[in-house]
Design a protein around this ligand. Sequence first.
Ligand SMILES: NC(=O)C1=CN([C@@H]2O[C@H](COP(=O)(O)OP(=O)(O)OC[C@H]3O[C@@H](n4cnc5c(N)ncnc54)[C@H](OP(=O)(O)O)[C@@H]3O)[C@@H](O)[C@H]2O)C=CC1
Ligand SMILES: O=C(O)CCC(=O)C(=O)O
Length: 424
Amino acid sequence: MALVKRKSDNVLLRTALENFYGAAEEMGLDEGITDILAHSERKTCVSVPVEMDDGSIQVFEGFRVAHNSAVGPAKGGVRFHQDVCLDECEALAFMMTWKCSLAGIPYGGGKGGVRVDALKLSKKELERLSRTYAARIEPVVGAWTDVPAPDVNTNGQVMTWFMDTISRMRGRLEPAIFTGKPIPLWGSKGRNAATGLGVATCAIEFMKALGKDIKGMKCAVMGFGNVGSFAAKTLAEAGAKVVAISDITGVYYSENGIDIAKAFKLIASNPKKLLTGLDKEPGVKMIDSIQTCDCDIFLPCALEGVITEKNAGDIKAKYIVEGANGPTTPEGDKILDQRGILVVPDFLANSGGVIGSYFEWCQDLGGFFWSEEDYNNRLLSIMKDNFKKVWDYAQEHNVKMRRAAFLAAIKRVADATEMRGVYL
Ligand SMILES: NC(=O)C1=CN([C@@H]2O[C@H](COP(=O)(O)OP(=O)(O)OC[C@H]3O[C@@H](n4cnc5c(N)ncnc54)[C@H](OP(=O)(O)O)[C@@H]3O)[C@@H](O)[C@H]2O)C=CC1
Ligand SMILES: O=C(O)CCC(=O)C(=O)O
C-alpha cells in the first residue's frame, strides 16, 4: 500500500513533517519505516488542576509525547506557555528525535508542556502547577524511559519541583529523571548556559567555515531567555556586535552594540526577568521588528514560526542560526533559499542543551560530577564536530544544511528501528 503522509494544521508539526518526508524520500527510506518514524510512540494528555491563591480552582491542559525510543529513552523539555497543545508537543518531540540522533547521544525524542500563561502565576501557583503536572505524567517518565528538561518558561526550580514530587511518590531519590536541575540538586555545572553557548559556537564555526571572522559581525538575537541570553553573551565575548535583542516587552536596538552585561543585570533585577528599561541606556532605541533589522547574522532564540513568507523577503541578515525550535516555516525557508540566505538549522544549532543534559544524566547515574571546564570542553568539541559533519556533507552534496542534518539524523534512527524490529 502506498504511504499515506501525515498532515497537520499546526505550523510546527506541518514544518517538521514536511522536512522529514522530503529527506526520507531523498534517501529512499523504506515506506514502512518512514511511516513508523512519522508517528509518535506515546502521546499523553493530562488535566492539571491548580488551587489559585484566591482559593479558586483552575484546570490546565498538560501533555507529554514520546516520539521514538529506538535509540534510547525519550528526551526533551517541558514548556509552560499559553499556546501549548498536543500537536506542538508532538512536533517538538519529533524534532528531539532528530536532534539527539544527529548529536550522537543515546536518546530518542520527547517533549511536554502545559497550556498556561506562566507569567500570570504567582510562585506558589507555579509550584502547585509543576507538582501536579509531574504527578500526572509520573507513569510515563523515568531515567530509562522519558527524561524531561527545561524549555520555554521552565527552569531549574521547576525541575526541582518535578524531581521532588516524583521522588516522594516513588519513595526514593530520582535525580536522573529530570535534567537542567540546579547544581546543588544533582545538576551540572554548565547546563544553564549550554544551549546558548552551543548556538553561539555554531555561529562562530559557521563564520569560520565561510572564511569570515565573527569579530565585529552585527548579530540580532530574538528572545533573551535561557537560550538567547547566553547566545548573546557568548557572541559578545567573542567580539561580535550584538546590535539587537528582544523579549515580550519589545526589540532593543543599538548600532554600536547592546551592552549584554547590562542586559543581564536588568533581567536579574526584574521579578519576571524582563528587559523593561533597556531603552533608557545610551544609544539604545526600540524598533518594530527584529527579524528585519539591519544585521549580518539573525539568531531567532524565542519561539517557533517567526520567519514566514510574510517577512522572509525583508530579512537583511545574510546568515541565520536557529536557536529556537522551528523558527522558520517551509514557505519562509523557500524564500530564504531563493535569496541565498544560509541557515544553520535548529536541531543542529540548539543541540548544546540536550548534549549538556546528556552529561548531567550520565553524572546523575554515576553520582560523579565534572568541573565546568570539563563539561564545556566536551560540549564544544561535540558541537564543533557536529557542525563540521553537517557543513561538509552539505558542501559535498550541494544541499542545504537542514537537509544534510535530516539525512544524517534519520539514518541512525531508521537503522536502529530496523535492527530492533517494529514491535517496540
Ligand atoms: N532551554 C533549552 O535548553 C532549550 C531551548 N530550546 C528552544 O529555544 C527557544 C527558547 O527557549 P528558552 O530560552 O529555554 O525559553 P525561555 O522561556 O527561557 O525564554 C524565551 C524567551 O523568548 C521571549 N519571547 C517569547 N515570546 C516572544 C515574542 N513573541 N517575541 C520576542 N521574544 C519572545 C521571552 O520573553 P519574556 O522573557 O519576555 O517572556 C524570553 O526572553 C524555544 O524554542 C525552545 O524550545 C532549544 C533547545 C534547548
Ligand atoms: O535538555 C534537554 O533534554 C532537551 C532540551 C530541549 O527541550 C530542546 O533541545 O529542545
